[in-house]
Design a protein around this ligand. Sequence first.
Ligand code: NOJ
Length: 717
Amino acid sequence: MTRTDHAARIESLLGAMTLDEKIGQLNMLTADLAVTGPGMPADYMAELKKGRLGSMLNLFGAPLMRQVQKAAVEETRLGIPLFFGFDVVHGHRTVFPIPLAEAGAFDPALWEKTARIAAVEAAADGLTLTFAPMLDVSRDPRWGRISESAGEDPWLTARLAEAKVRGFQGADLAAADAVAATAKHFAGYGAVMAGREYAQVDVSERTFHEVYLPPFRAAVGAGTAAIMPAFNDLAGIPLTAHRGLLRDLLRQRWGFEGVLISDYNAIAELIAHGVAADLVEAAALALKAGVDIDMMATAYTCGLPAALERGLVAMADIDACVRRVLALKAALGLFDDPYRMKAPAMTPERMAEHRAVAREAARRSIVLLQNRNDRLPVAAPPPRVAVLGPLADVADEMLGPWSGAGRGEEMVSYAAGLRAAWPASRIDVAKGVEAEGGDAGGIAPALDLARAADLVVLCLGELRFMSGEAGSRAKPGLPGLQPELARAVLDLGKPAVVLLSSGRPLMAPWLFERAEAVLACWYLGSEAGHAVADVVTGRWNPSARLAVTWPVDAGQIPIFYARLPTGRPLDPAFRYSSKYLDMPNEPLFPFGHGLSYTRFAYSNLRVSPATLRAGGALAIEVDVANAGAMAGEETVLLFVRDPVASVSRPVLELKGVAKAFLRPGETRTVRLSLACDALAVLDGALAPRLEPGTIEIFVGPAARADALLEAAVAIAA
Ligand code: NOJ
């Protein structure tokens, strides 16, 4: 059916709908989430049959959904199908690494591939929309949702946005294996004050436009079907009611024609924000801002009829929302195939292929933070291994904060992965301590195992719900008695490797002083244990990088590489320079940090032409050599700096990434390209403007001055 046919169908439906039915299309309710799986509450079923429900969230499992869809199609007056949304954030049944980890692969092709698989599995489970990708630039590790983000960089997050939207939606939303993407949370949520969940946001307009908006612009450019306004306010205006951003910017300036779906209960929370007196006002504010779907606040069903009567909204406002919701359903092909009967079945062979990708994604997300004395890899199986710590053998924890339809028992724990890699080794497992709490009773027996072992693998970190939504931590270090366990084990002086699981950079500088080798394992998903074993044994040479700066201490937060220069740069000999009295300025590990088992050497940076003009592009070449003994993948980062501009510019800004896979001794020329227009600066009116003058170009592995090669180019007047 063509777009025109759909438009005609939508108009004729609209003409036939009662007010109740119209508002029903804007109403999204959640399934019951029982331990045994989702269920459809009876009262919602009754609402559905009256045409007072347009979409569901958290309902998955094809048989149940077919039954609910049947009620919508066959038992409502107009037979309009529902769509079904779910948080498929890092995988559905096959669980991939958390976004913060996967971002560290710096690889759009991988990001797209995992989103595609997630979509295929979700669609097979009856789902038609995912509340992903999450695109909140996050520069505060106290905020638990940093785990769901691609980290601190707007350029990298924008590339992830495009890849994820492409992966989820595929070439055609109506295909039976496509799901609609929802770019969230629009916008600025990553800047919640002091990292506290659901707190206020107050950033400058410039930072908002330069840092927080670009990923959403990229998602709109990639055709995201939906966008979710954030819970937070921005300088006093909750995003759920933000006309300037939702209507004027998103819809009018950016031309976004898709659906705006509120966050959970967010419309009702406009009352708590102090901008609406009751549900009627709240509903009117959100609707006027252009929020099409009310997730779980029932503000539209309860408030819109009265808002109409009071003249706070017009029927045309409601109709505009209904049109967009019906257009999404049409684009998803739901009017033609409400049950999405053609969704491919998830055969065991197919699931095995998905797991192979999960293993690839997981090992490409593990960051080798530290490797003193070349402790890793452990090439020969040690006769006896002690796998210790609260995360040593807990498959369930590998799921991470958003588990989709993942099942804990299907995840591979670290101990299970090491057992599979070293079948002839004796592998002893002990927690030593719980992740939280004060019981030290298990430390002594764990130490006995460590003493008897040839290798200790110490599995420390956070449990999965210590990050993610509502997972803010004021002191994001190692919780409970884990420091005691770690110190005691590492003091034995045995060969030891630390596997750190977390949804954020964890602040435990003492650990890095004592441990020779530390791997950031985040939450790696279904194949966690196998992927870790691949890296520990050297079957995979670690290649991931930090997509977020790793602070020494929470006192340095917010800390990120793209800071502005100060008039008083750090000078240890000068008191009145920008520094702390009790802490270094530098992080423990910079953005882009991540070691390899080999060594890469950069040389011969060339840029051309020497002078750039609007519309032109810079060609950048650099020679990268593998100067070590193992083949490996190097990620080459391209940064720029505008040293003199009308406004102060960041000391470094990421503008490009390239990859090189090199055998030992091999050298390759890596090529990058940079569009001149990408160097524009936002002027006083926040419009992009190219400013003539010098641009410094930096190429290297990380945002660390001493690791970068430098060149310069001029922008012509
Ligand atoms: C609240 C979260 O903020 C949002 O990211 C999520 O999509 C919804 N709940 C639905 O689960």
